[in-house]
Ligand binder design. Structure first.
Ligand SMILES: *Cc1c(COP(=O)(O)O)cnc(C)c1O
Length: 389
């Protein structure tokens, strides 16, 4: 019989010196426990305030109009693909996301090498920041704008440089160009802007891009592209083709109705796109999301009808609010902005009392998503009854 080795010296050594005399008692070494060392950058990371779920009031249908989701249920054709895909969820997804990348390349008429996917466009934006920013680097963006921007930038140890919107709740692109320094690695342009609604105009964007150094990446975040109707809104892909430092960020979460599955993408010139693929979390885009995104691209005409209905509802809501005397910023997205300032909590509470969960932003204003007709009608009723001076 082979001799069983005695307790290894490594085991004994690892228990430490104070422990060796009380071997077998299981007592911990007598030393001051020190907390594990977290990154200091975390102190600067603001918490994401997500849109709250709809709150039930007896006898009233509650609507969640706080997260800009698509109010329509998934298309049957997309749901079928997801159901089928669920039977293989014991397998890892295609890490290269090749079929979806190919489908996007064809649809957008760009080389597949320019596409980088991720778990939602928030995930892709995380890849962008990771790929471009070292601690201390700066990322310029408008404020208010998308809630996730300061979080992702701070998380990387980079510095968010927030440039106030104009009085019309638009990007101040001149001021943003002025804010670019030697440390600026990325500028984020949210068009249309979440949470206020306006798109940037083509001419002002071109003038801005002429001023930004060509080694600074400008990201055009087009999460709401499908809802855009302004004639002077930019053709982001065309601008991307003409300028090597321009990337376009898009998502399947809003018009395509796949917010819960998490898939988005960037179109960027090759050295950048390759860096974004490198910075991706392996297998970050799950197999159901990949399959559903492809099926959604194929069902685009059907989805377009829903988008058209929401855009028509948006026009109706804005026209009615204007008639009521509200000054609503031009919106190219699936939401409207009430710039009620300090009365934001009060306005949100009035909506809540009517069964509408909206999204208040501190003491700036309230964003309400265009949704089912009944929800929109109720929003109009609350707005009409809200006392204003
Ligand atoms: C909703 C939204 C996104 C998309 O988020 P996903 O991670 O793709 O769900 C990106 N940018 C803006 C401005 C948004 O409002």
């Amino acid at each position: 019989m082979t001799e069983r080795p005695a307790a290894s010296t490594a085991d004994t050594a690892s228990t430490g010196t104070t422990d060796s005399t009380t071997s077998g008692s299981g007592s911990a070494p007598a030393r001051e426990p020190r907390p594990v060392r977290l990154r200091g950058a975390l102190d600067a990371v603001p918490a994401y305030v997500a849109g709250k779920p709809a709150a039930a009031t007896p006898g009233v249908t509650a609507y969640k109009i706080s997260s800009n989701e698509n109010p329509y249920p998934p298309l049957p054709s997309v749901l079928d693909v997801v159901r089928e895909g669920a039977a293989q969820m014991n397998r890892y997804p295609d890490m290269g996301v090749s079929a979806l990348t190919e489908a996007l390349a064809q649809r957008l008429a760009v080389p597949a090498a320019r596409i980088a996917t991720g778990p939602g466009s928030v995930g892709v934006l995380g890849q962008i920041i990771t790929a471009l920013c070292d601690p201390g680097d700066e990322v310029v963006f408008a404020w208010r704008s998308f809630e996730a921007y300061p979080i992702l930038v701070s998380l990387a140890g980079a510095a968010p440089v927030q440039v106030p919107l104009t009085s019309e709740a638009r990007h101040d692109l001149d001021a943003m160009a002025d804010a670019v320094t030697e440390r600026t690695k990325v500028v984020l342009v949210c068009t249309p802007n979440n949470p206020t609604g306006p798109s940037v105009r083509t001419d002002e964007l071109e003038a801005f891009l002429d001023r930004v150094p060509t080694d600074v990446l400008v990201v055009l975040d087009e999460a709401y592209l499908e809802f855009v109707t302004s004639e002077d809104a930019p053709d982001a892909l065309a601008i991307h083709r003409a300028r090597p430092n321009v990337a376009v960020l898009r998502t399947f979460s809003k018009a395509y109705g796949l917010a819960g599955l998490r898939v988005g993408y960037a179109v960027a010139h090759e050295p950048v796109a390759e860096a974004l693929r490198k910075a991706a979390i392996p297998f970050g885009v799950n197999s159901l999301a990949q399959a559903a995104a492809i099926a959604s691209l194929e069902a685009f005409d059907e989805l377009q009808q829903r988008v058209d209905e929401l855009v028509a509802e948006r026009a109706r809501v804005v026209a009615e609010l204007t008639k009521q005397g509200w000054d609503i910023p031009d919106t190219d997205a699936n939401f409207v902005w009430f710039g009620v300032g300090e009365r934001a909590p009060e306005f949100a509470a009035a909506c809540q009392a009517a069964g509408l969960t909206v999204r208040p932003y501190g003491t700036d204003g309230v964003r309400a998503t265009i949704a089912e007709r009944e929800a929109n009608d109720r929003l109009l009723e609350v707005a009409a009854a809200f006392p204003r001076d």
